[in-house]
Design a binder for this molecule. Structure first.
Ligand code: ACO
Length: 353
């Protein structure tokens, strides 16, 4: 059941797409396997103290981040995506030939054109299957999951590879202490396949409210403002962010999207075994946990080790928690993310055997 719905925000900017399992359609999708990759190079808060006027104490207290990974020179987003995708495919015991679609959530593709997914398709050795990017920033992985889930529910696809990958270290102004300390590089992937029982993707909810679009953006380098020497001098070709604005809306919207997903599924906070959230800021997540009345111990957290990897953060955290056995088959997982757009999303998934 797909329900276009005008949300609570201004009618011209707020939009929400809800997707719920429907008994009249083909099977929902399940997460058949996951994989993740983070580049080897670790950049600690102490390393950043040498670059900008900041401190380990400020970064740790304000964000929860202790270190992040940075891609090697010459390493592209599709290279990182490839590593994560191969691990997911190996775990699912599938080959690239078994895939029907590749969806990559990213805002830091190899090039503005073509899609990162096209390069990933070539590197994987997949042939002729639809392969495209979704630019929903930190919400990109849940957006990709929602789209993949739809193609499986309709029976149009069997196996869909969904990826969240970001190489934001190349999109940052390394002189701007307000942004350069926050982000890291990485990739996570999942294979979606048809569910064989009542586990799998229960629902996904996608939202965008463009009234704060400029609060987190890369102003130059697109059709509106082609790159000039002046835009480079002003770092308008890099991530610009008004963090305080995003913080407030993140707490509010992550809470409401999670609560709505639970209400709609007839579940309560007690029915959730794990929350796998986008890892932007530990203080945001603590406040969301308080408001949802879900203990922070049920949140899968790795922001201290990776920082904010945007669309990659949920699949990296999910992969870690599945592989180390924290998340078990049959358990119910809530995912939620918010990023530039402002786009945010939630997903409810029961982990399949
Ligand atoms: N080190 C030391 N001081 C700093 C640093 C730093 N790295 N960065 C900022 N400051 C200073 C500021 O200059 C300011 O100083 P002033 O009071 O003298 O002006 C002071 O710290 C407080 O700044 P705030 O911006 O108010 O700090 P805040 O507590 O809001 O924390 C932060 C900033 C961490 C960015 C927070 O606002 C945040 O996490 N926002 C949300 C970010 C987010 O979720 N983004 C969305 C996802 S990203 C995506 O979609 C790609």
């Amino acid at each position: 059941m797909v329900q276009p719905f005008l949300g609570d925000g201004p009618a011209e900017t707020a939009y929400e797409l809800r997707v719920m399992a429907s008994p009249t359609r083909a099977a929902a999708s399940r997460i058949a396997a996951t994989g993740a990759y983070a580049p080897a190079k670790v950049v600690s808060n102490a390393d950043l103290e040498k670059l900008v006027d900041t401190s380990d104490q400020w970064i740790t207290e304000r964000t929860g981040i202790k270190e992040r990974r940075v891609a090697a020179p010459g390493e592209a987003a599709s290279d990182m995506a490839l590593q994560a995708a191969r691990r997911a495919l190996e775990t699912a015991r599938l080959s690239a030939d078994d895939l029907d679609m590749i969806i990559v959530g990213t805002i830091s593709a190899d090039m503005p054109l073509p899609a990162c997914a096209a390069f990933l398709q070539r590197k994987l050795g997949a042939k002729n299957i639809p392969s495209f990017d979704v630019a929903a920033a930190c919400a990109g992985f849940i957006y990709a999951m929602s789209i993949g889930d739809q193609y499986i529910r309709t029976g149009a696809c069997k196996n869909v590879l969904i990826v969240g990958v970001e190489l934001l270290s190349r999109e940052l102004n390394w002189n701007d202490r307000a942004t350069c300390v926050l982000f890291g590089d990485g990739a996570g992937a999942a294979v979606l396949s048809p569910a064989t029982d009542d586990t799998g993707v229960l629902s996904t909810r996608l939202h965008t409210d463009s009234s704060l679009a400029e609060s987190l953006c890369i102003p130059a380098g697109g059709s509106l403002e082609p790159i000039t020497q002046e835009s480079i001098n002003q770092s308008r070709d890099k991530v610009n962010m008004i963090g305080r604005d995003i913080f407030k809306v993140a707490v509010r919207n992550l809470t409401s999207a999670s609560r709505d997903a639970l209400d709609e599924a007839g579940l309560t906070a007690n029915d959730i075994d794990w929350v796998v959230p986008h890892q932007a800021n530990l203080r945001i997540l603590s406040q969301v946990a308080d408001r949802l009345e879900i203990p922070l111990e049920k949140f899968v957290l790795n922001i201290d080790r990776y920082g904010n990897t945007s669309s990659a953060s949920i699949p990296i955290a999910l992969d870690e928690a599945l592989r180390d056995g924290r998340i078990q088959p049959g358990q119910r997982v809530l995912m939620c993310a918010l990023g530039a757009g402002i786009s945010w999303a939630s997903a409810l998934v029961t982990i399949s055997p």
